[in-house]
Design a protein around this ligand. Structure first.
Ligand SMILES: [Ca+2]
Length: 354
């Protein structure tokens, strides 16, 4: 598909657009929803990724930085972007990359995205989505938060970073999340998220064609290494409770766990249920089937440590992580596969008093 040519379908959509529409999120969603309804059955059932580099005169290996680029943050690209991607959807594009937050950090402060364009529309309106890694097979799942709307004005065929600060930060319950932009092809024609095609790579990206729904199609162009998406993260001052994060001692300590059933059985994040401010339990397979009880005790008056105790009713492989969100210190316990859970009575767990 030529970048400047419009398919019959997208021409129909363009006519349906209202001139001067306010580019708020509500109108973004409304326009997309109306177009989706109008196009039912007409949109491609399996959208693919379209590459900016099919434009023969696009400059290569060219980085133009127009703003803060999260250079001190979590970066998976090599600093130069050889291409740009969007989907073939005539409705919307949604790209995310997996980010693994450094130990002790669970608050996203800023997201930087690199943009390029191949049209005379100079400004793209986009939302930034953060998804939990709780979809099928660890793919993007629950939408944890969005920052919207945002605007970027990349130069024609350039590659420019645009930084968005998250007001108050976004606390996330696990250290692995998916982050990236979504934008409407109806409102913003021919914009591309920058792509690094010769860096170290190592983190998967996914794409989809809805502004909100978690994108779950793996990005697998031949030369994909990383997208132009970076984040800044820091330690939150407290634990954020969720179905997989147990917050104890007035929110200071976060307990999370993963499990792996034997013989390639099910695996994932343990579900947590709080019992008291210092005790909770984990379940893996059903809410009625308790696997492990965990507590964090304040032993500062006795031996200048916080204590971690746990008792298991399981022989499934389990990894329990206890994090002191005030200091970022963490300790991890593992029960091996097909082994009766040995009691944990760790009175030296965290030397982070008071
Ligand atoms: Ca590169």
């Amino acid at each position: 598909m030529h970048l400047f040519g419009k398919s019959v379908v997208s021409t129909v959509v363009a006519i349906a657009m209202i001139p001067g529409v306010v580019r708020g999120q509500e109108s973004l969603n409304k326009v997309a929803a109306e177009a989706q309804a109008a196009l039912q059955g007409a949109s491609p059932s399996s959208p693919a990724v379209e590459e900016l580099s099919v434009v023969p005169f696009a400059p290569r290996n060219f980085v133009e930085k127009s703003g803060a680029d999260c250079s001190g943050g979590i970066i998976y690209d090599d600093g130069s972007f050889e291409d740009g991607y969007r989907t073939t959807s005539v409705l919307a594009h949604n790209f995310v990359t997996e980010f693994v937050l450094p130990a002790g950090t669970n608050r996203l402060n800023a997201i930087c995205t690199c943009w390029s364009r191949a049209s005379f529309d100079t400004s793209v309106t986009y939302r930034l989505n953060v998804y939990a890694a709780d979809g099928a097979g660890g793919r993007p799942g629950t939408l944890l938060g969005s920052v919207t709307p945002n605007f970027a004005t990349p130069s024609l065929f350039g590659r420019s970073f645009f930084r968005v600060d998250i007001p108050g930060g976004l606390d996330v319950p696990t250290n692995r999340v998916y982050v990236g932009p979504a934008w409407s092809e109806l409102l913003d024609d021919s914009f591309f998220i920058c792509a690094d095609e010769n860096g170290p790579g190592g983190h998967p990206s996914y794409f989809g064609t809805d502004l909100v729904t978690a994108p779950t199609t793996p990005l697998q162009t031949a030369s994909y290494r990383a997208l132009g998406i970076r984040v800044e993260a820091e330690a939150s001052s407290s634990c954020v409770p969720s179905s997989t994060a147990l917050c104890l001692a007035n929110g200071r300590f976060r307990v999370t766990a993963t499990f792996q059933a034997p013989n390639g059985g099910s695996s994932g994040d343990a579900n947590v249920v709080k019992l008291t401010d210092e005790t909770g339990y984990l379940w893996f397979f059903s809410a009625s089937n308790v696997e492990t009880v965990v507590k964090v005790l304040n032993g500062c008056g006795l031996n200048q440590h916080y204590w971690v105790f746990a008792g298991g009713l399981t022989n499934v492989q389990t990894v329990i992580t206890v994090t002191d969100t005030e200091t970022g210190a963490m300790t991890t316990y593992m029960n091996p596969q097909s082994t009766p859970f040995e009691p944990i009575q760790d009175t030296q767990a965290l030397a982070t008093c008071p």
